[in-house]
Design a protein around this ligand. Sequence first.
Ligand code: PGA
Length: 241
Amino acid sequence: MTIRVFENDRLAAKAAATIFASEILKKPDCIIGLATGSTPVPTYQELIRLNQEGVLDFSKVRSFNLDEYVGLAPEHPCSYRRFMNEQLFDHINIDKANTHVPSGIGDDPEKNAAEYDAAIEAAGGVDLQLLGIGHNGHIGFNEPCDRFIAPTNIVTLTDSTINANTRFFEKREDVPRKAISMGIRTIMSARRILMIATGEGKAQAVRDMICGDIDPRHPASILQAHHNVQILLDKGAASLL
Ligand code: PGA
């Protein structure tokens, strides 16, 4: 693991965007794995700036997002598809047909999950996967558990995640209880992983990820076993290291 600590979240985001830029410049048709939540937003703002200034061309880039809520249609204001459109895709020259977010609707969520892994594989696998980390150590929506779940799958969200994500909804009851998430194997199959964690609230999860045993009760700890992981932290998230 390469760990870099920045003065603040803006500088971490600039570094993250630079890593994306180098990947896209090297391989214009690369496959990027994307994340939702508050953490990646400053990185997306940097990528939008680089695209609008003509530095970065997304016209051949393909993307796969980590997760989606079960039961929310793509046009739902709190869906992750909508989030990605609003925070990134609507502002860059990516072809929306090349962007993928797991489907949280339909009669057979398990089939959606299997098809998502198959689509990633058929595309050639993820070149660079962006991750955030939950306060409980989750990556994607892989919650603390007694074993690692390998493929993309349907997960039951923990109280910690529901509480953390209530801020995006009108009230807690509106937060879906289930989600479809890339599994641990799916995430670990990426050729390169970029994790961003910012704020003191993430400090314990970051410590468990880096300093603890590889343990499914701290899902992000599995990243210790990946051969190419960069972790970008601000001072707050690094405060317990
Ligand atoms: P956050 O979420 O960026 O909104 O804190 C990160 C995550 O849950 O993975």
